[in-house]
Design a protein around this ligand. Structure first.
Ligand SMILES: [Zn+2]
Length: 182
């Protein structure tokens, strides 16, 4: 079986070799790299090493899901969803009860009056101002309109929290090792 003859990937080369073409199996620099699958893992290797795996897309390659790649894809997808999610979502401000009370007092209204304008009971106003209930989305909109205040704020963007450098050739085992090290 060929596995016994397989040279160990040079980890040092993988980690320090930089961005360009370094064979992920033997660690040698190469003028071009070929993508192969070794036990379900996609590797970019030099011509010499390409014989140790199968070409992606060949009948052998489709037998098992490449585990590492599937995980990386999953992770990328998660990041993307998170970013999209947090970019567009508005959330209720933390001090909504104070803002409501101050705005009401500015208008010179009591709980009863504000309640009427909101089509809510006066106890709802009281509970909002003590922070013991969170207004529903619809109520937030009515509060904002009736009181001329803002109760929703954009959540902080998180894009910068993730590494912006992205390998253009797609993620490989070597990249994953780099990510884990960071
Ligand atoms: Zn090689």
């Amino acid at each position: 079986m060929f596995l016994a003859d397989m040279p160990l990937p040079s980890l040092k080369a993988l980690l320090c070799g930089g961005i360009t073409v370094i064979c992920e199996m033997c660690g040698k620099g190469a003028s071009y790299l070929k993508t192969i699958l070794v036990e379900g893992t996609r590797l970019q290797v030099c011509g010499d090493c390409s014989k140790f795996g199968v070409a992606p897309g060949s009948p052998d390659a489709e037998k098992e899901i490449p585990v590492v790649e599937a995980r990386l894809e999953q992770r990328e997808k998660r990041y993307k969803e998170k970013n999209v999610f947090e970019r567009d979502i508005l959330e209720l401000v933390g001090d909504y009860s104070t803002r409501i009370r101050k705005a009401r007092e500015r208008k010179g209204w009591d709980h009863e009056e504000l309640g009427k304008r909101l089509h809510e009971k006066r106890s709802v106003v009281g509970n909002l101002e003590t922070g013991s209930i969170h207004p529903s989305e619809g109520l937030i909109k009515r509060l904002e309109r009736v009181l001329d205040i803002k109760l929703m704020e954009k959540m902080e963007q998180v894009e910068q929290a993730f590494p912006s450098r992205k390998p253009s050739r797609g993620l490989t085992l070597g990249d994953m090792i780099k990510f884990e090290k960071e």
